[in-house]
Design a protein around this ligand. Structure first.
Ligand code: NAD
Length: 505
């Protein structure tokens, strides 16, 4: 069986750690490869490669960096389908959805192609007699990224294109559950002309992550994953003196007011609740239904859910247009955990309106896949564990409240604050909601408000540790250090000693 190697210094690097983890096809349950789990020495080799590449890459002209990024953009575009196939084969999401993921990652590369515009400094002339001040943003050095399983192409692309465009070098530690797409993405960047060592990929688990967080030659770390690990990564990385942005988990609420178009709200709840089998940090997991909304919305959700095709993500034709609606969950352990939450919800007294437990597609090849059909709970309350915990699967909870104000207060009391959405025809309510809700990304009649590449992505509260959101303008701030330069030219002939704090005359 193949062991997926690391990508260090511009080529593959077989692991000698002696440790590997299984990579499975979630649609069949079959183990398809092993992935290397890096030792401390292997992480150190990747960091050494990135550190050695930094001085020359920092000094590479913006024109040349941009040309490489444009070539990379073209290669990614040409290889969209292959990248998407690798995602589906290891993550399980349907091919059309995987293509969408590649597209959103590619948009960040396109944003990075405009880096020359974003790195322009500012100049103030004559701030004092004969004195000018200008400010610049400079790269930090070696940056690292640690990413989750659920967007194995897009989330790494939230990080390394911006970091590298800014003049940093990078070490990526992708999820060990679906590592292959990062290898192809790194190979294509090298093919585009990226110098060896500017982007390295090391596979691994907690041992590799800890080494990255402790390594003295790493200046900053971007992390995306679950909240407990995000918090631990933030604390360990900042204690080691690094700049850290650690994006955590989510429990995203969709508030539906009585005046909302129920068909639109039902389409949105089903798309955002069950897309990618609910394994999205921006998935809707709670519908907060105001007044009589639940009685109208739940039948509409049931009707739509009954029509969903849940089957292996890569269709027999290989054509993304033939994709089913929903694939399997990523691993057997994760499927069992999510199904366990459904059992728990029943025990806690929530009303299980749609039960996806025990679902298996008819295709005999899928018999041992990690399946769970869509599930829907009604009458969920704030004290239930199925409400408090991030389930990260195709399980949608409906909470009933009496008023808009109760709905807003309910959402704001949640510990997470990643995304949220309001569905209404009332502009004043929508305006109040987007001003007062405590979440980092808000949709108004938009169920999955993932910001475009030229804005920035990130949550509030337990969904983000650190002050910078990721990619876009905030990503550039995170990946650069600000410097202000004060210049006097020509030198003044009347120079003299003065111990008084300089004023501006
Ligand atoms: P995870 O936290 O288990 O793993 C994330 C990364 O951390 C992986 O690379 C993993 O190898 C590494 N890791 C695992 N255990 C570790 C440990 N003990 N110490 C240090 N590192 C460790 O997350 P996951 O299951 O891969 O992904 C799903 C989670 O990611 C969900 O909670 C989801 O909400 C979250 N997520 C958040 C966002 C966001 O933008 N906020 C985006 C995508 C996913």
């Amino acid at each position: 069986m193949t062991t997926i190697p690391h990508w260090i210094d511009g080529s593959t690097s077989a692991s000698s750690s002696g440790r590997t983890a299984p990579v499975t096809d979630p649609a069949t349950g079959a183990e398809t490869a092993r992935v290397a789990l890096a030792s401390v020495a292997e992480v150190d080799a990747a960091v050494a490669s990135a550190a050695a590449a930094f001085p020359a890459w920092r000094d590479t002209s913006l024109a040349r960096r941009t040309a490489i990024l444009f070539r990379y953009r073209e290669l990614l575009d040409r290889n969209r389908l292959e990248l998407a196939r690798l995602i589906s084969a290891e993550h399980g999401k349907v091919l059309a959805d995987a293509l969408g993921e590649v597209g959103r990652g590619l948009e960040v590369v396109e944003y990075a192609c405009g880096i020359a515009e974003h790195l322009k400094g500012e100049l103030s002339q004559d701030v004092s007699t004969g004195i000018d001040v200008h400010s610049v943003r400079q790269p930090l050095g070696v940056m690292a990224g640690i990413t989750p399983f659920n967007f194995p192409a897009m989330v790494p692309m939230w990080m390394y294109p911006v970091a590298i465009a800014c003049g940093n070098t990078f070490v990526l530690k992708p999820s060990e559950k679906d590592p292959s797409v990062s290898m192809l993405a790194a190979e294509l960047f090298t093919e585009a002309g990226l110098p060896d060592g500017v982007l390295n990929v090391v596979h691994g688990d907690v041992e590799a992550v800890h080494r990255l967080l402790d390594h003295p030659d790493i200046a900053g770390v971007s992390f995306v994953g679950s909240t407990p690990i995000a918090k631990a990564v933030y604390e360990r990385g900042t204690a080691a003196g690094k700049r850290v942005q650690a994006l955590g988990g989510a429990k995203n609420h969709m508030l539906v007011l009585p005046d909302a178009d129920i068909d639109v709200a039902a389409d949105s709840a089903v798309s955002a609740g069950y897309g990618s089998a609910g394994e999205r940090c921006m998935a809707i997991s709670v519908v907060v239904a105001v007044g009589d909304v639940a009685d109208r919305l739940i039948p509409a959700i049931q009707e739509r859910t009954a029509g969903l095709a849940v089957a292996p993500g890569i269709p027999a034709s290989g054509d993304p247009a033939d994709s089913p609606d929903m694939g399997p969950l990523v691993t057997e352990a994760h499927r069992d955990r999510v199904a366990g939450f459904v059992d728990l919800g029943v025990g806690e007294g929530a009303d299980l309106v749609i039960d996806g437990r025990g679902y298996t597609p008819e295709d005999p090849a899928a018999a041992d896949g990690f399946w769970l059909g869509p599930c829907l709970f009604d009458h969920v309350t704030a004290d239930m564990e199925i409400y408090r915990e991030e389930i990260f699967g195709p399980v949608l909870c409906v909470v009933r409240v009496d008023s808009y104000a109760d709905g807003l207060a309910f959402i704001n009391a949640n510990d997470y604050g990643n995304g949220t959405a309001i569905f209404t025809g009332d502009g004043a309510a929508a305006r109040d909601f987007q001003r007062n809700v405590t979440a980092g990304m808000v949709g108004v009649n938009v169920p999955i408000p993932v910001p475009v590449a030229f804005h920035s992505f990130g949550g509030w509260k337990d969904s983000l540790f650190g002050s910078n959101h990721i990619y876009g303008p905030e990503g550039i701030r995170f990946n650069t250090a600000y410097k202000a330069v004060t210049t006097r030219w020509p030198e003044r002939a009347d120079s003299q000693v003065s111990l008084v704090f300089p004023g501006n005359d």
